[in-house]
Each structure stands twice: as C-alpha cells, then as structure tokens.
Design a protein around this ligand. Structure first.
Ligand SMILES: Nc1nc2c(ncn2[C@@H]2O[C@H](COP(=O)(O)OP(=O)(O)OP(=O)(O)O)[C@@H](O)[C@H]2O)c(=O)[nH]1
Length: 464
C-alpha cells in the first residue's frame, strides 16, 4: 500500500501514528522522538519521524525517499510505502507507487490547503493519476486534519464530492474508492471508532484500519514467466551484490539462473530475503531482495528486469501504444520528446508517429494520422526510446505493459503497450520480425539469420 498526497498533507504523521497505535513502535522510542523533536521545536513532527528516518528529512520536515514499514490488520499483512509529496521527489514517489497494489491518497482538509493541493498545480491530482496509471485500482481517500475545521461534515462532503468526480475521470471505479475522515495528529478514527463528539454526530462509518483491511487482494500472476523490476541495487553484507524490487509475475528460487535485460546478462540467484527474513522462494507480489552472483556488475541498473532465461522479457526501442492525454500545454505533434516511466525505469523517448485518434469511450478510430493531439484525447501512437528497454504487451503482462509520459515534471499521459514487434522482438526465445521481403519462402523452410549482420543492421534489414 502506497501513501500519497500533496506535500504536508500529513502522510508521515498519519502513518507514524497508525504504526504507533498498532504497537509497531515501542513507547521508549516514541518518548525519545517526542523529546528530540521538542528540542528542535518540531514536536508536531514526532509521529512523522517514525517513517522519516534521515537527518535531512527530519530537519526539513519533509519526506524525500520512500519510507517502508509493515503492519497487520485482521486479515492482512500490509507493506506500507510512505511516498514523498514534494514535486521534486516525484521519481521516488513513482518507484513507490509502482510497487503498490492499493493506495491511500491523503488530503489536508484545512481551508485553503485542500484547494492548494487539488487545484493550481498541486500534487493531489498528479498523485491520483500516477497511482492509477501504475496499476493501483483501489483507493482510500483520507480526508485528514479534520481537527482544523472543527470536524465539519460539510467540509468532508465538499472534499469528497470534488475529489470523487475527478477520481472517476482518472479511471477509478466508484465502488473502489472510499473516503474516511481522520486526524493523523490526534489519532481520531485511525484504529478505533471515533470518540470526538463533533465527529460521531455525523460519522458512523469505518476506521482507516478497517478500510485497509477491506481492500481486496489482487490476483497474483504466479503462473506467468518470472519478471522482477529492479528498484535498487546495493552491496549487501559480506561479498553479496543485492538488487531489490517487486516480483511482478511468476516466481524465483534460490539457485535459479536469471537473465538481466536489456543487457542479456545471466546471473545466479544466491539468496533471497523478504522483509529482512531469508527465504527460498519469492512469488508475484513479493517485495524481495535478491543476492546475485556470476555476472558483470556493469550490466545492471535500476529499471532493468530480471527474468526467466527460458522465457525472457521482450526488448525493444520502438513500440505502439494506446495513450490517454491528461494535460498538455502544447499540442502533441510528431517528434514530441517525453520522459517515459515504466515501473522504476525512466528513459528519454520521442513520440514518432501519431497513428490514430480514438473515441474516448468506444475506442473506435475517429481520425487516422492526426496532425496533433490535445488534452483529453485518446490515441494510438508510436514511441521510440533512446535506448532499448524491456516491456510487455499490456494484454500479456499488465505490470510491464503500462507506462506514463512526463514532460517538465508533469505527467501528460498514461499508456498501454499494444504492439512491440514493430521491427523485431524476442518472445519466448523466438524472434518475430516485421519486414518486407525481396524473395519468397514458405512455412517450415529452414533459414539462416546471419547474426553479425543482424546486430549491425538492426531495424534496417539483414541477411536471411
Ligand atoms: N492539525 C493537524 N496537523 C497535522 C495533522 N497531520 C499532520 N499535521 C501537521 O502537518 C505537518 C506536516 O505533516 P507530515 O506528516 O510531515 O506531512 P507529509 O504529508 O508526510 O509531508 P511530506 O512527506 O513532506 O509530503 C506537521 O506539522 C504535522 O504536525 C492533523 O491531522 N492535524
């Protein structure tokens, strides 16, 4: 579960307080945070310190990297990712959100503050769009800091209505969105039913913990081929080299051989850890640290994919996609440069072809080869990246088939990969080509592909 929202919406305080109430922080540590934050004149941040662990985060009073923690509800073990709200740290927020199944969107109900976050370039909209585009379909909106408006029902409804219609447009189904009134600071309605008379007067609904408990667990694509997107790489204790990330599909075992794509490098899995506990296997949905060996360390980076060597992830630098444009100041034309985010990868890319504009609801083609695309348009486009990247058709593996396009720090569109074999693509150890022939050959003919030529002439022709 990722916790998102505009800067200072109270995300860290809310989750820190929830963890404290659930007994995940012992009272000695809490007392220490209280004393130390008081000394710095930042006592209001004492709960936030549970998740904001670095000195700089505490001194500045903001989250910079994704804080991670764990807690249990009646029916679930929840891995919590506290994402930064400040717009400078959106790439970190994306890494957090890419790993999440569900999300909390925290909004500050203080008069003027909700409006700043929601309108005029605030991060509330941006975060909701990112979370949805990255795959989380269930959302809990925490209408936070309700203590600052005297627990007003009117304010709660005003915020719920404004956000509700926006979230519908952003692609959330009404039944998958829940609004909960809370105060992270006072702890009202976090884990126990509210006691504040001004709130109990009109609210008899679920606590935040109950809403979290009611989230439906998504189906895990365990039977699909193994894919893990690398979110972090680091030297482990001893001689181990570790990568961490989420198993998107399939499973991995200690002792497995894996392929690092797009570098085509093999490596051996020496050990696996989930939440600091050693394990022999990790399945789709697990956030795991993998110790790998027998490979060239230059061939791994954040954004790469570890996959099953017998069923490798497609690698390409050109693909076709269906995109939804949220907002763009200038019309999108051919040659439009963007930053592509796919899981933890970000890569320079260019929209090289506008194939068709689509009807928003039916998906039918409205116009072929449009000259430009505008805000709210749906379209099919061809995108080329500056280097080869790993991706999948959305219909095969959703997790690696959806992406976002950003320009100048703003998300302008989200997309689904519809075709990858524009020139060639490797799927399940077979190459698929798309090219014209100047000779004929038949099904089941044997052909020889001259590999050297292939490498040097990629995309422009090669010898058969
Ligand atoms: N009155 C009131 N203040 C709150 C509440 N929750 C948080 N605050 C205050 O709001 C400020 C920001 O809180 P944080 O928890 O750091 O906010 P954040 O959303 O995690 O901030 P970033 O991670 O930097 O985006 C602090 O001064 C908190 O004490 C609340 O429920 N009521």
């Amino acid at each position: 579960m990722v916790v998102t929202g505009h800067v200072d919406a109270g995300k860290s305080t809310l989750m820190g307080h929830l963890l404290y109430k659930l007994g995940r922080v012992n009272s000695k540590v809490m007392h220490k945070y209280e004393q130390e934050s008081k000394k710095l004149g930042k006592q209001s941040f004492m709960y936030a310190w549970i998740l904001d662990e670095t000195g700089e985060e505490r001194a500045r009073g903001i989250t910079m990297d994704v804080g991670q923690s764990k807690f249990e509800t009646d029916s679930k073990i929840v891995t919590l990712l506290d994402a930064p709200g400040h717009k400078d740290f959106i790439p970190n927020m994306i890494t957090g959100a890419a790993q999440a199944d569900v999300a909390l969107l925290v909004v500050d109900s203080t008069r003027g503050e909700f409006e700043t976050g929601f309108e005029s370039g605030g991060q509330t909209r941006e975060h909701a769009l990112l979370v949805r585009s990255l795959g989380a379909s269930q959302l809990c909106v925490v209408v936070n800091k309700l203590d600052t408006v005297g627990w007003s029902e009117e304010r709660f409804l005003e915020i719920s209505n404004k956000l509700g219609s926006f979230l519908k447009q952003a692609g959330f189904r009404e039944r998958d969105v829940t609004f909960v009134p809370c105060s992270g600071l006072t702890g009202e309605n976090l884990t126990e039913p509210c006691t504040e008379p001004a709130l109990t007067k009109w609210y008899k609904g679920l606590t935040l913990l109950e809403v979290i408990d009611k989230f439906k667990c998504p189906e895990r694509p365990i039977s699909k081929p193994f894919r893990l997107s690398v979110n972090d790489i680091f030297k482990g204790t001893g001689s181990g080299f570790c990568v961490s990330g989420r198993v998107e599909t399939g499973m991995v075992q200690s002792g497995d051989k894996v392929l690092i794509q797009p570098q085509n490098e093999t490596a051996l899995v020496k050990a696996l850890m989930i939440a600091d506990v050693p394990t022999m296997t990790a399945f789709a949905g697990d956030c795991v640290t993998v110790t790998i060996a027998n490979f060239d360390q230059q061939n791994i980076a954040v954004g790469y994919i570890l996959c099953d060597p017998l069923s490798p992830v497609p690698v390409t630098s050109k693909f076709e996609a269906r995109i939804v444009i949220f907002n763009t100041k200038v019309p999108i034309t051919r040659g439009y440069p963007v930053l592509l985010h796919l899981q933890s990868l970000s890569e320079q890319a260019v929209i090289t072809k506008l194939v068709a504009q689509l009807n928003k609801s039916s998906g039918e083609v409205v116009k072929r080869k449009p000259k430009c695309l505008l805000r709210n348009n749906n379209a099919v486009v061809v995108i080329e990246t500056s280097r080869p990247i790993c991706l999948e058709l959305y219909r095969d593996i959703k997790e690696l088939g959806r992406f976002m396009l950003r320009v100048g720090g703003v998300t302008i569109a989200a997309g689904l990969v519809t075709q990858v074999n524009l020139d060639s693509v490797l799927i399940n150890n077979s190459w698929y080509f798309n090219f014209s022939l100047d000779c004929t050959f038949n099904f089941s003919d044997s052909v020889i592909i001259q590999e050297n030529e292939w490498k040097s002439l990629k995309g422009s022709g090669f010898g058969i």
